[in-house]
Design a protein around this ligand. Sequence first.
Ligand code: TPP
Ligand code: SF4
Length: 297
Amino acid sequence: MSETNTLSVLQPKDFKGKVDPDWCPGCGDFGVLSSLQRAVSELGLKPHQILTISGIGCSSNFPGFFNSYGMHTLHGRSLPHASGAKLSNHEMTVIVTGGDGDGYGIGGNHFTHTSRRNLDILYIVMDNQIYGLTTGQISPTSEAGMKTKSTPHGSIELPFNPIASAITAGATWVARGYTGNVKQLVSLIKAGIEHKGFSLLDVFSPCVTFNKVNTYQFFRPRVQPLEDSEHDSSDWKQGIEKAMVWGDVIHTGIFFETNSRLTLEEQEPVLDEGGPLAHRELGLTTEQTERIVSRMM
Ligand SMILES: Cc1ncc(C[n+]2csc(CCOP(=O)(O)OP(=O)(O)O)c2C)c(N)n1
Ligand code: SF4
């Protein structure tokens, strides 16, 4: 069998990384990992076509557990690394994985500006509404009143709304999943990868060790897929309205999507011809050198 034929039958297990996850038993992140493995297998992608990039946190250990090119970068800095990587090789499928603290807290600035730039990247945030790795302090998405190690009297801050924020910042595909609904999660990951532009997939991924409020029991009766209601995902106002709902009902699914904007890569003149930068010859041609020297003289 040729290499292409062998590779064309990749199964989810073929995307298992060399390192076994060190997550606590029951951690929601296991569901994201297995869903991504299923999604890329169903899309017919190969490990060498994918780059996973993360920051720091329990969820950010993800690239080590997934078989693809990978980078475990700095806390809150996964998106700048991913932007550089995508511009260097825009033919790669770039998937960023991390937590709510990493992405919406220390990395909040990058989240806003990457959303508006519209690079063709999928950003999966394993949102457990707490800092897991550092053993349970509030994060930007923690609910008001939540008692944690860092808020013994209850959080007095208003939680950050990633869905509404991404829509207003200019993201062109904005969705929310839940690890308790694997069928929907796999289909959202596939749609996010296939969307051409910046895609945010915020996933409720319970931290069973430190978040005793937002548990599977909390989400089970509340989550309502937007697919089951009359939601027009091309209407950003409806998307924001649905994103603001938090109580007995919490929506999952695609809040907003548009194909009306070109990606950053499509607009970047340097990438117009000659293929990905990573495949081009390094250095300057004699003609380019002469042009620079004559301009400086
Ligand atoms: C610059 C810097 N500040 C703080 C930390 C400590 N730190 C590591 S992970 C983390 C938060 C992790 O929370 P989150 O991103 O939500 O991921 P989780 O562990 O919950 O998956 C913090 C504050 C760090 N590693 N680097
Ligand atoms: S501490 Fe929480 S987020 Fe970290 S691995 Fe354990 S359950 Fe998952």
